[in-house]
Design a protein around this ligand. Structure first.
Ligand code: FAD
Length: 328
């Protein structure tokens, strides 16, 4: 049997919703499928018993042809050991051409184990996916510390890639298909896991989620200079109903927590408006925010690279500009 079709891992959140990154991947997979002559776009999901049909509409509306589901009470919590074994078995059986996984914490844990068990390549944290002239997955991601964008081809199957949330957009396109649900046997020992999850405590700063859904983000860089400068930025953000983010430069200066860092080693955001204040526009930063609909940059250096991607550029002293706005 030849490898065919695109398989997407449908991660569930702790509240048992399908993670938004799945819908982003599904949208991109539809584009890839068209270039592959209409290859099937399928999903795989792990749930507690009798839960999968709760997601029927979501899968159908995103044009998912088949959903392979594994159900067991043990799947209430993610475990690398069970999920990877079953996913590997499924892939060996159905032989997808492409396997896509969201680069969430869970996806970053799962994907390498699956790729190594399948002896195939994995392009992690991609910023672009396409099909090349030979019908192969062309996966693009930053490399050499973000100085270059590399497009990577995988010689083996399935061609695997992970993509961070918010890198691809979801449009309200009608992709309805009737989805076929396939119950997959859980034919591994579920008592042999090497650890038990006793308790789960959310310690992650809630600003992380806030940035995901923010319509306006005001981000500060090293140009904000010190804590007082960053406080000014926060006041401005509050006044316009925005959330605050930072460059790594600002995080390294101790002006902001790393949880709100945007960029290659931070978050990827896609607000309606992104206001970059005192940020030079290094590619490692911009890779995390070019999905914004409108980028406004304030920088005193007219040659700062941020102006190359900004829709609106303001050359001037950020302190003067923010203070002026706050007093009007
Ligand atoms: C592997 C790797 C991963 C990385 N990941 C990330 C990442 O995830 N996110 C990230 O942001 N960076 C990341 N970086 C770092 C990145 O390369 C840059 O060093 C960083 O983004 C620079 O931060 P900055 O723009 O705040 O500082 P700078 O580059 O120092 O820019 C400060 C800017 O402020 C302007 N300025 C100064 N004073 C004023 C003023 N009064 N008014 C207006 N403008 C002013 C200056 O003109 C300058 O353009 C990474 C680097 C590497 C090697």
């Amino acid at each position: 049997m030849e490898n065919s079709g695109i398989l997407i891992y449908a991660q569930l959140t702790r509240d048992e919703y399908i993670h938004t990154v799945f819908f982003e991947l599904a949208q991109k997979a539809k584009e890839l499928s068209a270039k592959l002559g209409g290859a099937e776009v399928n999903a795989v999901i792990f749930t507690r018993p009798n839960l999968v049909f709760k997601y029927k509409e979501a899968f159908e509306n995103r044009g998912i042809n088949k959903v392979y589901y594994f159900e067991n009470e043990a799947f209430k919590n993610y475990t690398n050991e069970y999920y990877s074994k079953l996913l590997v078995n499924l892939v060996k059986q159905i032989k997808p051409e492409i396997l896509l996984i969201g680069a969430t914490n869970q996806g970053r844990d799962l994907a390498p184990r699956v790729s190594s068990a399948l002896n195939t390549g994995l392009t992690a944290d991609c910023t672009g996916l396409d099909i090349n002239e030979n019908g192969k997955l062309a996966a693009t991601r930053p490399t050499f510390g973000g100085q270059l964008m590399a497009t990577i081809l995988c010689k083996t199957y399935p061609q695997m890639a992970t993509v961070r949330p918010k890198v691809f957009k979801v449009t309200p396109d009608d992709m309805y298909v009737q989805t076929e649900f396939i119950n997959c046997p859980v034919n591994i020992d579920l008592t042999g896991d090497r650890y038990n999850l006793l308790n789960f405590e959310k310690t992650i700063d809630s600003t992380i989620d806030e940035l995901d859904s923010a319509q306006i983000i005001v981000a500060g860089g090293k140009g904000m200079k010190n804590k007082d400068g960053f406080e000014l930025l926060k006041k401005f953000a509050d006044k316009i109903g925005a959330k605050t983010a930072a460059s790594r430069g600002a995080v390294e200066m101790g002006l902001a927590p790393s949880s709100i860092q945007v960029g290659q080693t931070g978050k990827t955001v896609a607000p309606k408006i992104y206001i970059a204040c005192g940020i030079s526009g290094a590619i490692q930063h911009t890779v995390g925010m070019t999905g914004a609909e409108h980028i406004i940059a304030i920088n005193k250096d007219e040659n700062a690279p941020i102006f190359e991607i900004a829709d609106t550029g303001i050359v001037g002293d950020v302190f003067e500009i923010l203070k002026e706005y706050l007093t009007t």
